[in-house]
Write a protein that binds this ligand. Structure first.
Ligand SMILES: Nc1ncnc2c1ncn2[C@@H]1O[C@H](COP(=O)(O)OP(=O)(O)O)[C@@H](O)[C@H]1O
Ligand SMILES: [Mg+2]
Length: 378
């Protein structure tokens, strides 16, 4: 293992170097904190460092903090602090600065060997783990890309099939018997369901593969919310659900992809409607919270079990789903909501009580005031 020694005392430094080399480690030795940082921040730097606590330039604890802060995301460094300070408070300080271990001076060769070996074991395991994680990430990415391609390719033939069946149902290909009509209408509704599933799969895989393109323009979130609510007015009325919206009178401008934010509202509204019984209420609110805008969709529906709330935004999670006729979703709606809101740097969460109803919240960043003024100035 390549090991850095940073120790200003010449005798200790030599002793450390000799010992480590005897145990077949490759040693880079420096005498102050500044040089130590230079080695650590260089290419192909050692993964293990033995740092003296008191050194000119930069002391071991400061260096330790710097390493933790500035090499984050790179190969992990294993840091052993060398200290003449044996008291517990100092040792705690060393660990808080990010050290993995410590050795008190004057050091004992066998203890040094044992601690360095323990460090080597941890580094080897960490490197193996990182390799596996990288491999899994790559596979996950491939899977998302595959899913995106497949769902994309499925869309065209499905659209053609839908068109043909729809023409038959409309009688364009000749009169249908009642039974033919019934079968084809059923086929049509299943084609629509399949096409919703494919669209959702495509969106999910795009989100996961980081391929979702958001085309941001300046939009008034209040108007957008009203438009989304309007789209559900009829279906709410048919179900005798009271659907209301409350927004401030002054426009709230955000920079966002209009279609995608409308999709967020639609997914939340369709869920609210699907999980609220006749006679219930759904209210949408948009509120200006200073830096950001807070949107919510509240229903007086069936609610969600406490233990299911943390799982809500995962893929394919459907709770209390019944077989048979009636509403059958894809279990992807909320995962898409989360992906889209996060793509806009917002966050989304839910509160719910079984039997009483649910509220889904999401935030979006408001456009900076100065930019809005510039915009309205032309
Ligand atoms: N407003 C709501 N009230 C009660 N349960 C909900 C609500 N919204 C979502 N859920 C639960 O979360 C699950 C996941 O929702 P979603 O991801 O949109 O998938 P889908 O609507 O296709 O089932 C739903 O199946 C339902 O169990
Ligand atoms: Mg849904």
């Amino acid at each position: 293992m390549k090991i850095l020694i940073a120790e200003d005392d010449s005798i200790s430094n030599r002793l450390l170097q000799k010992s480590l080399e005897k145990w077949n480690h490759e040693v880079i030795s420096v005498k102050n904190g500044t040089d130590a940082w230079r080695v650590i921040s260089s290419q192909d730097s050692p993964q293990m460092a033995v740092l003296d606590w008191m050194m000119p330039g930069m002391d071991g604890v400061t260096l330790c903090k710097k390493i933790r802060k500035e090499t984050e995301g790179q190969k992990t460094k294993y840091i052993i602090l060398l200290t003449a300070k044996g008291n517990k408070d100092d040792i705690v300080k060393g660990f808080e600065a990010g050290a993995d271990d410590y050795i008190t001076k004057p050091f004992n060769a066998q203890e040094l060997k044992a601690r360095v070996e323990a460090g080597c074991r941890i580094i080897t395991l960490q490197n193996k783990l990182s390799e596996h994680i990288e491999k899994l990430k790559e596979l996950d990415h491939l899977k998302s890309e595959f899913l995106a391609t497949v769902s994309h390719e499925l869309r065209t033939p499905l659209a053609v099939t839908r068109e043909a069946v729809s023409l038959c149902v409309d009688g364009v290909a000749g009169d249908l018997t009642d039974m033919q009509n019934e079968f084809l209408t059923d086929a049509l509704s299943n084609i629509d369901r399949l096409s919703r599933l494919i669209d959702d799969l495509l969106d999910t895989s795009k989100i996961e593969a980081g391929q979702v393109v958001v085309q941001k323009t300046d939009i008034n979130i209040c108007t957008l919310a009203q438009k989304a609510v309007k789209g559900f007015a009829r279906i709410a009325k048919d179900k005798r659900i009271e659907l209301t919206i409350s927004t401030p009178h002054t426009p709230i401008i955000i920079s966002a992809d209009e279609g995608r934010i409308e999709q967020v509202f639609s997914n939340l509204l369709s869920n609210a409607i699907n999980h609220t019984n006749e006679g219930g209420e759904i209210s949408v609110t948009v509120r200006d919270n200073g830096e950001y805008v807070l949107c919510s969709v509240k229903d007086t529906g069936v609610g969600i079990d406490k233990e299911n709330i943390p799982k809500l935004f995962n893929k394919f999670q459907q709770f209390g789903r019944k077989n048979g006729p009636g509403y059958r979703g894809t279990g992807l709606g909320l995962a898409i909501v989360k992906g889209l809101v996060e793509k806009h740097n917002g966050s989304v969460w839910a509160e719910s009580e079984k039997g009483k109803g649910s509220v889904f919240y999401f935030t979006l960043q408001k456009k900076h005031k100065r930019n809005v003024l510039l915009l309205s100035a032309g």
